[in-house]
Design a protein around this ligand. Structure first.
Ligand SMILES: [Zn+2]
Length: 110
């Protein structure tokens, strides 16, 4: 979990820039799959965020695992200081969640 440790470390501006995570395209692909986002609920006691998109954007996606399943969490802010609106996909098998994560990063699912 080196990436997670890095994420939580205080970084200087230069290192912070170098640490930019993946950016989801601002505009989804025209034929992007429309995901069914549901309000956040606690699926399991100890969910872990494995991957996340760059925190410099108002919309962040997280690949989350817990209880033998994985899902994608979306945190959407109106502005930088606002509390995020948190929604999630259904929990699914790891390979399905991995593929969904890739499609989200490519703007092919939203
Ligand atoms: Zn960024």
């Amino acid at each position: 979990m080196a990436a997670a440790v890095m994420h939580q470390t205080m970084l200087s501006a230069t290192e912070g820039y170098a640490d930019h995570g993946p950016h989801v395209p601002a505009h989804a692909h025209p034929r992007a799959e429309r995901l069914r986002w549901q309000p956040y609920t606690a699926h399991v006691d100890r969910a872990r965020e494995l991957r996340w998109t760059c925190a410099c954007r108002l919309v962040m996606y997280f690949l989350v695992v817990g209880g033998g399943r994985a899902w994608v969490r979306c945190e959407r802010r109106r502005h930088v200081l606002a509390q995020p609106e948190v929604t999630e996909t259904e929990p699914m098998l790891y390979p399905d969640a991995g593929r969904l994560w890739e499609r989200i990063l490519l703007g092919r699912a939203r």
